[in-house]
Write a protein that binds this ligand. Structure first.
Ligand code: SR1
Ligand code: MG
Length: 424
């Protein structure tokens, strides 16, 4: 049967038939008119906000996966089972971090939809960053979310058999393929799906295709993405997948969830903070402002996220080992265990930076863009900012093993911002 998106009345009828949803939408189960607005601005799915017209504090979000990629349409078919991955990940991450994941009220495997908590007083982080809003708790919350989700899905916490079962249940072939192609492959080729501004210097594009250290680094990251099944990842943790206000932070949209390398989620977030940092040179000057203070705030967030993540992750690891008596490294003395932990975190930072580089490059030359870049109206200024993003990304990839702490990344970003030389 041909897929048809819900009409408002069909969706209202459907929701009215589900007791758990009725309890969220109606007072005393008394039927009321529902306002239904389709608000999906993502690339894949339909998203509706459903609100009780008379008691607007009663609302839910409905997300439905059509059998195609929404960004492209029916010419890019996609299986609707991606919704199963999203629901499973929302439940798993929600159990680990209930304060940072919207509640699932109802999931329908046959209609490929989920009904969940409406975050009515939060906004998409990317939009807030474009408006120059500072969120005092966001970085701390994300550090905590990342530490708990990445640690508890891994062999550092789970028994080997349980971890392998979770890993095989998370296999997400189609959506991983999108990432393998759009993040790790097409941006480095002359591929028809690439989209980039005509003002971008030809040498910048040529370098992506021919600079060997960069190509090898990107290929290494693709290999890690495809083979290093370390933990259950969100899989698409950009600033459009985070909703915030001054007090709370929620992570949404885990349809790309799968068992992959830990650095992929952390790198995605840091990449998006760096895209916000470089594009601030435009957004922060609209209305005659000075972008610098907010740019520094953005770098501070990257530092807090990595350092906070790393401290909490290590605490979880040590506490788990002392509680369970099971050391990952075996019955080694503490000194050896600590040496291994330090080695583990250095490798994870290098991975994180490599993935951050790939994520930045794909947003500049690949098909799926980010608003902080595309909303720069002046083609020359946009190209200048894009060149800085590409330069910084290249350095992150090529120098990832030499960048041994996050402060060095902030120095690199500042230097790249000041570098006025043309691309060579
Ligand atoms: C073709 S889908 C493009 C992108 O949208 C999602 O948010 C992922 O980032 C994916 O790569
Ligand atoms: Mg998404």
């Amino acid at each position: 049967m041909e897929f048809e998106a819900f009409t408002a009345s069909a969706l209202a009828d459907y929701l009215g038939g589900i007791a758990d949803v009725r309890a969220r939408l109606f007072e005393d189960d008394a039927p009321a008119d529902l306002d239904i607005a389709e608000v999906g601005d993502g690339n894949l799915n339909y998203v509706y906000i459903v609100t009780n017209a008379k008691a607007r504090e009663h609302s839910v979000v409905v997300k439905q996966a059509p059998p195609f990629l929404r960004l492209v349409g029916k010419n890019w078919p996609l299986s609707c089972q991606r919704m199963d991955h999203e629901v499973a990940a929302l439940r798993r991450f929600g159990a680990l971090c209930p304060q940072h994941v919207p509640c699932v009220y109802h999931a329908d495997e046959k209609r490929f939809l989920v009904v969940m908590q409406h975050l009515a007083s939060h906004r998409i982080l990317r939009q807030g960053l474009m408006d120059g809003v500072s969120y005092p708790l966001f970085a701390q919350h994300m550090a905590n979310y990342l530490a708990h989700t990445l640690f508890h899905g891994s062999d550092l916490f789970l028994a080997p058999d349980i971890k392998k079962q979770a890993m095989s249940a998370s296999v997400n072939i189609e959506l991983c393929r999108i990432t393998e192609d759009l993040v790790f492959t097409f941006p480095y080729e002359d591929h028809s799906s690439n989209v980039y501004s005509a003002a971008l210097p030809a040498s910048a594009i040529a370098r992506l295709r021919s600079y060997e250290p960069l190509r090898c680094a990107a290929a290494d990251m693709k290999w890690a993405f495809m083979n290093h099944a370390e933990t259950l990842l969100h899989g698409d943790l950009h600033t459009g997948s985070i909703m915030v206000n001054a007090r709370e932070t929620y992570v949404i949209d885990p349809e790309f969830a799968f068992y992959g390398p830990m650095g992929f989620d952390i790198g995605a977030l840091i990449a998006n903070l760096l895209l916000a940092y470089f594009s601030r040179d435009y957004h922060g000057r609209v209305d005659g402002g000075d972008p610098r203070a907010y740019q520094e705030w953005l770098l501070e967030q990257a530092v807090t996220i990595w350092n906070g993540f790393s401290a909490t992750f290590l605490t979880l690891w040590r506490e788990h080992e002392s509680r369970s008596g099971k050391r990952f490294i075996g019955t080694a003395e503490t000194r050896v265990g600590e040496a291994y932990r330090a080695h583990f975190m250095r490798r994870l930072l290098a991975d994180t930076l490599g993935f951050a580089g790939c994520k930045m490059i794909r947003r500049i030359v690949g098909m799926a863009k980010v608003a902080e870049i595309t909303r720069i109206p002046d083609a020359q200024l946009r190209a200048q900012i894009e060149v800085r993003c590409l330069r910084c990304a290249e350095a992150l990839l090529v120098q990832r093993a030499a960048l041994t702490d996050i402060e060095q990344v902030t120095l690199l970003a500042r230097e790249t911002l000041l570098d006025k030389s043309s691309f060579s």
